[in-house]
Design a protein around this ligand. Structure first.
Ligand SMILES: C[S@@+](CC[C@H](N)C(=O)[O-])C[C@H]1O[C@@H](n2cnc3c(N)ncnc32)[C@H](O)[C@@H]1O
Length: 265
């Protein structure tokens, strides 16, 4: 974390941040309905790409039962160790691997998902091709990502906020991942694409480590705002939160599609 960043929260590790932010604004009923769209049944094999600490993998393991496979893959060894430490049962597996070169054979999975992962990828189209490859014909893919261009924050000077938010979307590898998923999946060969959008309201406690501090980092990097300006911005947002005036939201895309039943590989 940059020295200029205000430590309004104790510094969070990535695993703690994932715990804090997982499914922000998503109630358990909506979450279960969302998982149901993967079409899993007892005995299915499902892959979560960029699984982090594995919360979704453990939930998916319930859907596929003891005869199925719920598999998490991630490039971050530390997060995978934490996922394994948290456990998950005999039908759960953890693998080290990159979304753009998945360590699985062709046509292995009935469903594949990736949540808040494609926004970090420099080569999202290669990753989409990998998801296609490891899916069985007729299998379902689900990508979930923000459109950081839609980031809306109230509580500080609007012009400065605009500059810092612009640096955030431009600095993120694939900052407009969400709305690009439809095209990405079509180009990878997927059919029956469906999109659902949500606009979660994000609390200051979640926004600070997940949005505000990264935005300040990118603003400094791009020289879009000085250290004094970002310190003033963070202080204004913290004061706004104390008054109950802080607001933060963005559009979140959930895109589902299918590999053709006679899918080419
Ligand atoms: C914001 S976290 C999301 C974790 C989890 N999917 C969730 O929604 O809680 C992004 C995850 O993607 C992983 N990741 C980033 N780039 C990756 C890549 N190229 N291949 C696989 N995983 C990647 C990170 O290590 C991290 O666990």
């Amino acid at each position: 974390m940059s020295a200029a960043l205000e430590p309004a929260l104790p510094e969070l590790g990535l695993a703690q941040y994932l715990d804090l932010s997982a499914h922000a604004g998503l109630d358990p009923v909506t979450r279960a309905r969302r998982d149901a769209q993967l079409g899993l049944k007892a005995g299915s094999a499902v892959l979560d790409v960029g699984c982090g600490t594995g919360e979704d993998v453990r939930a998916l393991a319930q859907w596929v039962g003891p005869t199925g496979r719920a598999v998490g893959v991630d490039v971050n060894e530390g997060l995978l160790e934490e996922a394994a430490r948290r456990g998950g049962g005999p039908n759960v597996e953890w693998h080290l691997g990159d979304a753009t070169a998945l360590p699985f054979a062709d046509a292995t999975f009935d469903a594949v998902r990736a949540e808040r992962v494609f926004q970090h990828l420099d080569a999202p189209q290669r990753a989409a091709a990998e998801l296609y490859r490891v899916l069985k014909p007729g299998g379902v893919v689900r990508l979930l990502d923000q459109d950081w261009e839609s980031l809306s924050i109230a509580g500080a000077d609007p012009a400065l906020t605009r500059r810092i938010c612009r640096a955030f979307v431009d600095g993120t590898a694939n900052g407009r991942a969400g709305p690009r998923h439809l095209e990405l999946l079509r180009r990878a060969g997927f059919v029956e694409r469906e999109v659902m959008v949500r606009a979660p309201w994000v609390s200051y406690a979640v926004a600070l480590p997940g949005v505000l501090q990264p935005a300040v980092f990118f603003a400094h990097f791009a020289q879009a705002a000085s250290e004094a300006e970002t310190a003033q911005w963070l202080a204004a947002l913290r004061a706004a939160d104390a008054q109950g005036d802080f607001a933060c939201s963005f559009v979140f895309y959930e895109v589902t599609a299918r590999k053709c039943a006679a899918g080419h590989s």
